[in-house]
Design a protein around this ligand. Structure first.
Ligand code: ZN
Length: 239
């Protein structure tokens, strides 16, 4: 069955900065959705400006994996929509926050930590290393790849210890960062991926698109088993 992916974007830089609009004429959401569609996923997009940020109950119900790009408008996301996303993850929806999506309300709630980092603008080179080369999210990627110019993110990164750290980045200034980290919350799978700063064409880069596609595949809901919660009679006869 074709996976249904919703690509969400705050869509603010594209409206306010002509260089970003020129780089991403269909928005960052458009670029990411197109890359995923080319790789065989059924995609739709949603943005902050739409009613309920485009993430109505119907949209969430039809979403297998939610890819999320945000940066400067994380606080403008309504608490209700953030709760809807968190609840859906607990019920099995995959969640793939990109770049500053680590500061989004849903990701911070799912982590329970500040998700703070250090950062620096200025277009340094980043080398992304596959630290867990057998992980499905690393499928088809080289041992490392370079992003020629980016914003630096540095450790410490205030997240809970990940289930797996698939990628670690090195930056020209000497800092390092856990760039690709996996979690389970309830039935849902989460993969937070660092690259994607809007000042550079990073989301068109083949390796970056491959990682996002692999992450979508990995984070897709699984059937799992039934679960019964609360007080119950013994499963074994006690007579
Ligand atoms: Zn950035």
């Amino acid at each position: 069955m074709t996976l249904q992916v919703t690509v969400w974007n705050e869509n603010v830089h594209e409206q306010e900065e002509p260089e970003v609009a020129e780089r991403y004429p269909d928005g960052i959401h458009g670029a990411v959705a197109e890359a995923l569609a080319e790789r065989g996923f059924e995609t739709r997009t949603a943005t902050l400006q739409e009613p309920e940020h485009g993430l109505t109950e119907d949209v969430i119900d039809e979403t297998d994996v939610l890819v999320w790009w945000s940066h400067c408008a994380n606080d403008e996301v309504s608490d209700d929509v953030a709760s809807r996303v968190v609840d859906a993850v607990h019920e099995g929806m995959g969640f793939v926050p990109l770049h500053s999506g680590k500061n989004s309300k849903p990701f911070k709630r799912l982590m329970g930590t500040t998700c703070n980092i250090k950062y620096r603008h200025g277009g340094e080179t980043e080398r992304v290393w596959a630290a867990d080369p057998g992980h499905p999210i690393a499928d088809g990627l080289p041992e490392s790849f370079e992003i020629p110019s980016t914003e630096m993110y540095g450790e410490p990164y205030d997240i809970p210890e990940p289930d797996r750290t698939v990628f670690i980045s090195w930056f020209e200034g000497g800092e390092v960062f856990r760039s690709g980290v996996c979690y389970r919350r309830g039935r849902g799978r989460i993969f937070a991926f660092r690259p994607g700063h809007e000042e550079y064409p990073i989301l068109y880069q083949d390796e970056v698109q491959q990682v996002i596609a692999n992450a979508v595949e990995w984070a897709a809901p699984t059937e799992g088993s039934d679960a019964v919660w609360g007080e119950v009679e013994p499963a074994e006869s006690t007579e």
